[in-house]
Design a protein around this ligand. Structure first.
Ligand SMILES: [Zn+2]
Length: 333
């Protein structure tokens, strides 16, 4: 644990978190990551709820992609359920891991100087302290000074990108039995069984032996009460199943569809998309899923499902560039 002498708005500033060194109780910190181009530190809010008895360390992170704020609401609504007196183990909550991206409602870590580089932090882990890319240095600080030593289980809360919508959806590496266990505790509509993406928090943690899920909670830039309710239940289920709190796992009557292949249906030209299907709907091969119109209102393309599958993602922003996804399906092959 490295605690600085700084206190901001009554909150101590830390350079490195080590929950093992904290007393039981609820703690608030600002984690001092790297600086911006003016030399000011990015301050990341961290809440630690540590129980009287040792147990599992559960880490909840939200909004590493700065436009995907839904997980902040999940974290805020989970907090009233966390009482150090009745908790076995520790919960670390990070409601907003990418402050500079959040301020721009941007998915990326934005470089502010002449390069204007946009870095996807969820492809940068575990980061590089000597990188020429500020985003990679920021990722390094998160990985080494915030995550490591503080997580036995990790839920990385995301949503679909701006302009598209997911249902409650998980990316999960089913080669790990613990990841399967974590996934089965989430009231998710759909789960994609896959080997992950290099540099993502989830995949790099799983490779480091820390079970992790990427939890996709609907749409960017909003708080959806239903997603919050289900997200909170997913966290509580995890804590119950790992013996951190007492209670009964409740999947809210939701049965997850598990697929292992996603199929993107893309606009072949720019225009205005009208989506004809709904999230979680089953479609058959050849079914019309969307139309594309030009500026005069003429339908210039009708897109069909190339195979049967379940609707995983739809575009919510009608303007489509050539190559951008209109509808995504999940299927089992
Ligand atoms: Zn994301």
């Amino acid at each position: 644990m490295k605690i600085t002498s700084d206190i901001i708005d009554g909150v101590p500033v830390i350079e490195k978190l080590s929950v093992d060194e904290l007393s039981a109780g609820t703690h608030r910190f600002f984690f001092k990551a790297t600086t911006d181009s003016l030399g000011n530190y990015h301050r990341i809010p961290v809440i630690v709820v540590k129980g009287q008895d040792d147990g599992t360390k559960l880490f909840l992170q939200s909004t590493l992609h700065g436009d995907e704020v839904q997980g902040v609401d999940v974290i805020h609504q989970v907090l009233p359920h966390l009482d150090p007196v009745n908790l076995k183990g520790t919960v670390v909550l990070v409601p907003g891991a990418n402050p500079p991206g959040m301020q721009l409602a941007s998915r990326y870590y934005p470089a502010q100087t002449e390069t204007q580089t946009l870095t996807n932090l969820n492809r940068m882990m575990p980061g590089d302290a000597n990188s020429s890319n500020a985003g990679s240095r920021f990722a390094y600080a998160l990985w080494h000074n915030l995550y490591m030593g503080n997580a036995d289980l990790f839920l990385d809360l995301h949503t679909d990108s701006t302009g598209s919508a997911f249902p409650y959806f998980l990316f999960a590496d089913f080669r790990s039995a613990d990841v399967c266990r974590l996934a089965a505790l989430q009231p998710a509509d759909q789960i994609q069984e896959d080997d992950g993406i290099d540099g993502s928090v989830e995949t790099e943690l799983v490779m480091a032996g820390i079970p992790s899920l990427t939890v996709e909670l609907g749409c960017a830039n909003i708080f959806d009460p239903d997603m919050t309710r289900r997200g909170v239940q997913g966290v509580l289920n995890t804590m119950i199943d790992y013996g951190m709190i007492k209670g009964k796992v409740d999947l809210l009557g939701i049965e997850s569809f598990v697929g292992n292949d996603d199929v993107s249906i893309r606009a072949d030209q720019g225009g205005f998309a009208r989506v004809l299907v709904k999230l979680n709907e089953d479609v058959v091969e050849g079914q019309d899923v969307a139309t594309l119109s030009n500026a005069f209102g003429d339908v210039v393309a009708t897109y069909k499902a190339p195979c049967a599958g379940r609707v995983l993602s739809v575009c919510t922003s009608p303007l489509r560039e050539p190559g951008s996804t209109v509808v995504q399906l999940l299927r089992r092959v």
